[in-house]
Ligand binder design. Structure first.
Ligand code: SF4
Ligand code: SF4
Length: 349
């Protein structure tokens, strides 16, 4: 469902917005929003295609320009331990600061604003009012393309949404500099971060980025005590070695905590990557390995064919949440998110 279609809302065309986090260097601008630190010449855009040097001013060309607006189950983000069974108004724009060969959203992530004619221009107040007006809506999720690169809009929306009592969610690749991350952290309640591999060579070759800043982002989220879930897309032959996987799950357990929620996701051929889909046997093997280190491990992109969907309390091991696709039952969870059997805190609620 397109939540902003029809005549119920009007759209502003006032969308030129000066970007945050940049400085001027010899008639060029240096963007400091993400670790690429693009040096951008007059009339050019950065690697993300949406931050443009206009006469020495860095402009966020995609401010308020939404490619997608949908009411989604929170489980679709995926977030399994954050208000399970609720829905959240989810928005995205265009552009991305990575170039993943396997991108599942390349039609919006790998284009700039001038290559996408179907935008809805949605002012901040209008989006927040819409989110407030939907019965049972939890809040606003920034997702679909990489929200870091529509940062200014996300920050404005998240501030206003928080002010009005809505929850905010960021689904991100984690490739963002420390200062913008620290600035937005108070206004985001929950994160799902894609951890795409655990080697820098994978990040360099497959995404045009680096691993270390993503680890730093994960640490910042954890230190801020925000809700965190991690998604790892398992690509056969590229990031599925047992050694790399063990190193990843060890690092998560030791640095982010054993209770960190971890989603293993099945890969299918997409965009520039043609290698065959992840075998079920690989997913099951990695699921079993991860369960030795982490309390909550799930399988994604497999619907309910395989195990790894229900939630067992990490303390007493009772099944407390049952999932079938996006149908969620929470018979074992109290109103405050604890296990009904042993009072162990399991979810935010
Ligand atoms: S946000 Fe865009 S322009 Fe800025 S450094 Fe990152 S990729 Fe470059
Ligand atoms: S970070 Fe996500 S949206 Fe961006 S290119 Fe990679 S998979 Fe696509």
């Amino acid at each position: 469902m397109d939540e902003l279609s029809g005549n119920s809302l009007t759209f502003s065309k006032n969308r030129v917005m000066q970007a945050l986090f940049y400085n001027v260097e010899n008639n060029k601008v240096r963007c400091r929003l993400c670790p690429h630190h693009c040096l951008i010449g007059e009339g050019q855009t950065g690697l993300c295609r949406v931050r443009k040097n206009e006469q020495g001013v860095l402009v966020a060309e995609n401010y308020g320009r939404l490619s997608s607006v949908h009411l989604d189950p929170i489980e679709k983000k995926p977030l399994y331990h954050f208000y399970p069974g609720r829905q959240i108004l989810s928005v995205g724009s265009v552009g991305c600061n990575m170039r993943c060969a396997f991108c599942q959203n390349c039609e919006i992530s790998q284009v700039g604003v001038h290559e996408f004619p179907w935008f809805k221009d949605v002012p901040v107040e209008q989006l927040v009012a819409r989110a407030k007006s939907i019965n049972e809506n939890l809040g606003i999720a920034f997702t679909y393309n990489e929200p870091t690169i529509f940062y200014e809009y996300m920050l404005d929306v998240a501030r206003e949404a928080h002010h009005q009592g809505l929850k905010c969610v960021m689904v991100t690749n984690g490739y963002i500099e420390a200062e913008p991350m620290e600035t937005i952290l108070p206004f985001i309640d929950a994160f799902n971060v894609d951890l795409k591999a655990f080697t820098d060579s994978f990040y360099r070759k497959q995404t045009h980025a680096h691993l270390a800043p993503v680890k730093e982002t994960l640490m910042r989220i954890r230190q801020a005590e925000k809700h965190l879930e991690i998604t790892f897309l398992v690509i056969p032959g590229l990031n599925d070695s047992v050694e790399e996987f063990d190193a990843m799950t060890d690092w998560i357990s030791n640095n982010l905590g054993q209770q960190t929620i971890f989603h293993l996701s099945k890969y299918f051929p997409q965009y520039h990557m043609a290698r065959p889909e992840t075998p079920d046997a690989t997913l099951l093997k990695l699921h079993e390995l991860a369960c030795r280190k982490l309390s909550y491990v799930y399988l994604g992109n497999v619907w309910s064919r395989l195990p790894g969907h229900n939630t067992e309390c990490s303390n007493c091991k009772a099944v407390v949440i049952k999932r079938l696709g996006y149908d969620v039952e929470t018979p074992g969870i109290t109103a405050d998110g604890s296990c009904v059997h042993c009072e162990n805190k399991v979810v935010e609620r």
